[in-house]
Ligand binder design. Structure first.
Ligand code: PNS
Length: 163
């Protein structure tokens, strides 16, 4: 049985993330989508909120689990008995960072292997940061995120915008 881990910040989970999750779930027996617990004061959603939205978005994928992890990814991997890290790759600009991450993880835990999945072209421009920026300036984000994420983002500002 091959269990893979797809780690990230997922603040928020986008349709690009969902696409990687769906395609990854078809390749591995089990896929854990793992949200990093960090102390980013600028985060839009708490880790609990993120997990809730992500669980809703992947409810149709029975071999996908959404979990949170704290500290080193490789420690979480060992705890969960997984050796496969899955990451999405959008463009060459992602590569340097991803390469460093993969090398560092390999150094820390030689048993791990990082698999890169090339993002579908229709999501190649999509990032959580971009979605937040468009949203914060009042732009339409409906086509960028799963319906549950869209709903919660809207709920978050509705009282402010109508009040
Ligand atoms: O979505 P992101 O923010 O690009 O994801 C980055 C993430 C969460 C995969 C990475 O920051 C991570 O694994 N952090 C946990 C700490 C760790 O293991 N660091 C060592 C590798 S540099």
């Amino acid at each position: 049985m091959t269990r893979a881990v797809y780690p990230g910040s997922f603040d928020p989970f986008t349709n690009g993330h969902l696409d990687i999750t769906q395609r990854g779930s078809a390749l591995f027996d089990e896929l854990i989508v793992a949200v990093l617990v960090n102390t980013d004061k600028n985060a839009m959603f708490s880790v609990e909120e993120r997990q809730m939205m992500m669980r809703e978005a992947v409810v149709h994928l029975p071999n996908v689990r959404v979990m949170a992890f704290e500290g080193l990814l490789v420690d979480f991997m060992r705890l969960r008995q997984s050796r496969v890290i899955l990451r999405g790759l959008r463009a060459l600009s992602d590569f340097e960072y991803e390469f460093q991450l993969a090398q560092m993880n390999k150094q820390l835990a030689p048993e791990t292997e990082t698999f890169f999945m090339v993002t579908d072209a229709k999501y190649s421009y999509l990032s959580s940061r971009g979605v937040k920026e468009v949203f914060n300036f009042g732009g339409a984000i409906q086509e960028f995120v799963p319906p549950g994420v869209f709903r919660r983002m809207r709920e978050r500002v509705l009282p402010k915008r109508t009040g």
